[in-house]
Design a protein. Structure first.
Length: 75
């Protein structure tokens, strides 16, 4: 006795064996374009420059505060 499959069964069998090529399956495989790499690098450099400016400003403020405190003590 041979079993015959219906067209609906064949479709479901194919769906189970076929690879999932939908966009959702590719969402976890993020590729980085050259533009994105450049943007990331530029942001990293800008953030580093910003941190250097913040540190320098803090040092200058501390030096001015110390200078002003010494000037008040002399007066």
């Amino acid at each position: 006795m041979t079993s015959k499959t219906t067209p609906t069964q064949e479709k479901s069998d194919l769906a189970q064996t076929a690879p999932d090529l939908s966009l959702a399956s590719f969402s976890h495989k993020k590729t980085t374009t050259q533009l994105e790499k450049t943007s990331i690098n530029a942001k990293r450099l800008l953030d580093a420059d910003e941190q250097e400016r913040i540190d320098k400003t803090a040092q200058l403020r501390a030096a001015r505060a110390e200078r002003d405190a010494n000037d008040r003590d002399k007066s």
